[in-house]
Design a protein around this ligand. Sequence first.
Ligand code: FMN
Length: 183
Amino acid sequence: MTSAPPPGSGPRVLLAYFSRTGENYWNGGRRDLKVGNTKTLARLIADRIDCDTYEIVAADPYPEAYDPTVERNSAEQDDDARPAIARDLPDLGKYDTVLLGSPVWGSRAPMIMSTFVEKADLAGKTLLPFVTYAVSGMSGIDDDYRTALPDSTVLDGLALRGEEAADAGTELDGWIKKNRLAT
Ligand SMILES: Cc1cc2nc3c(=O)[nH]c(=O)nc-3n(C[C@H](O)[C@H](O)[C@H](O)COP(=O)(O)O)c2cc1C
């Protein structure tokens, strides 16, 4: 039996995510996103569960325009780069569970997610990946985290089309219930 957290110790779940504003794919065309799709989804999750939230912000921001972002991401993938994160990483000691969100970029998580999972101490934590995408679904990103984090338990992830993130409430409720994230 797990013991209850001491009063005042705060949430045991951290929601960490990366998302990009600016020009992006949208139903076969392009749209200028004031709030990134993954951030929209992260906000809906945070509204539903007791969690702390940490936004992974790139020290060198990605371009507003879509094509240069694709080019930079391709170069970062080719170089196996670890783009720097702008802010201090959260202290993970108090969390049992980490929800890890990002878009799909080039059929993988953005390389800055590798920066995060390698620098944050995720050993012994339960990870729940979630992604937003245009066409390619989870793209094996949960398996990539399993490979990168052999000392963590990586559960099956949630993958949603970016265009549907704002309307994902019902699906999210099911996911939250299935993974016992509600308090
Ligand atoms: C650099 C880049 C690469 C992308 N690569 C893919 C991809 O491989 N597969 C896919 O389905 N969507 C891809 N997309 C679309 C995004 O995954 C999708 O629009 C996502 O919802 C964006 O989330 P965000 O607004 O939180 O950044 C890509 C978008 C960008 C900017």
